[in-house]
Design a protein around this ligand. Structure first.
Ligand code: XIL
Length: 312
């Protein structure tokens, strides 16, 4: 069978995966390279990974993932520049005025985007800016700077790499609802202010049997604002143990998400948040749940793999 990346390319979308840089050898590397045409570093580009101590940079992990992608003619989704989580404590717990925090933030964006200029296709510039009710999250950035930090982050990213596509990304915005309404209004305001935003990412950390019926309509309403959309962190978790019945349901759930993207012209692609159950964040973060990806722990394709392939 043709690899997923070839099937996706023929449909005009990319199919990406998050990876763990330290595992990129053997069968794990082979599958990542063969099946996917976009790579997201799962952790290696986050602020705490690249500058856990102020002024001391460590790009080794990020460099390795970017080099892997280049060696296999894959796009890179840079993840992520400004986020309240996996943020070094010197930033999160610093004593800031609006001016000093804004400068620290934009310097960070400039430094990281410049380092990978021309090598990162899409940046998740701002990750998870919203609360569940669609209001601005009171992270250190939101609380200190208000919504203006988002515009400033995008402007700094655009200046550092004019060719990269710049995205805002969030979870629980996959369905039409309070949180996605908040994102919709935010993107509209940013566009009205001339902020250089190219796309909206929908993480899609979904639960078995709960792919939102409104997902396609939701993606479309954002696309109609004149931005690209992408599914950026897809996984579909289930209560363990996995059974044949659950895995079959997961197959149709994965297919439903793929169809939602494929139905929207401006949906650039879909990224899965890890391709094997042996490298998924779900069991660590949702105790008792797992089996959320396309391949089992032995790197054998699950029914969900065929579900994705069947839509392409
Ligand atoms: C997760 C990683 O997969 C884990 O390895 C890490 O311990 C925590 O973060 N939303 C995001 C991702 O935007 O960066 C998160 O990744 C999953 C939720």
């Amino acid at each position: 069978d043709a690899p997923l990346r070839d099937l996706a390319a023929a449909r005009g979308v990319y199919l990406g995966t998050a990876v763990t840089g330290g595992k990129l050898t053997g069968g794990y590397a082979d599958t990542a390279a063969t099946q996917f045409d976009s790579i997201t570093p799962g952790n290696e580009m986050k602020w705490d990974a690249v500058e856990s101590v102020r002024g001391q940079f460590d790009w080794a992990g990020a460099d390795r993932v970017v080099a892997f992608a280049e060696a296999h003619a894959q796009k890179v989704r840079g993840h992520t520049l400004v986020w309240h989580s996996q943020l070094p404590s010197w930033v999160n717990n610093g004593t800031w005025t609006a001016d000093t925090l804004r400068t620290v933030m934009t310097d960070h964006v400039t430094t990281e985007v410049s380092r990978y200029k021309g090598r990162v296709d899409h940046w998740d510039v701002v990750n998870e800016p919203l609360n569940e009710d669609g209001t601005l999250r009171r992270s250190v950035f939101g609380a200190t700077l208000g919504e203006s930090y988002i515009a400033d982050a995008f402007r700094a990213a655009r200046a550092a790499d004019p060719a990269a596509k710049l995205y805002v990304n969030d979870y629980s915005t996959d369905a039409i609802g309070a949180k996605s309404d908040g994102m919709y209004d935010l993107v509209k305001r940013l566009l009205a202010q001339g902020v250089p935003i190219d796309g909206v990412g929908f993480q899609a950390h979904l639960i078995l049997g709960q792919v939102p019926a409104s997902m396609e309509a939701n993606l479309r309403r954002f696309a109609d604002l004149g931005v690209d959309v992408a599914v950026t962190e897809l996984d579909i978790r289930m209560t363990l143990p996995a059974t044949a019945e659950k895995l079959d349901r997961q197959k149709s759930d994965y297919a439903a998400v793929m169809r939602a993207c494929l139905a929207v012209t401006r949906c650039a692609g879909v990224t899965v948040w890890g391709f094997t159950d042996s490298d998924s964040w779900i069991p660590d973060f949702f105790p008792g749940e797992g089996a959320a990806t396309l391949y089992d722990e032995g790197l054998n394709p699950k029914p969900a793999y065929a579900g994705v392939a069947g839509t392409l």
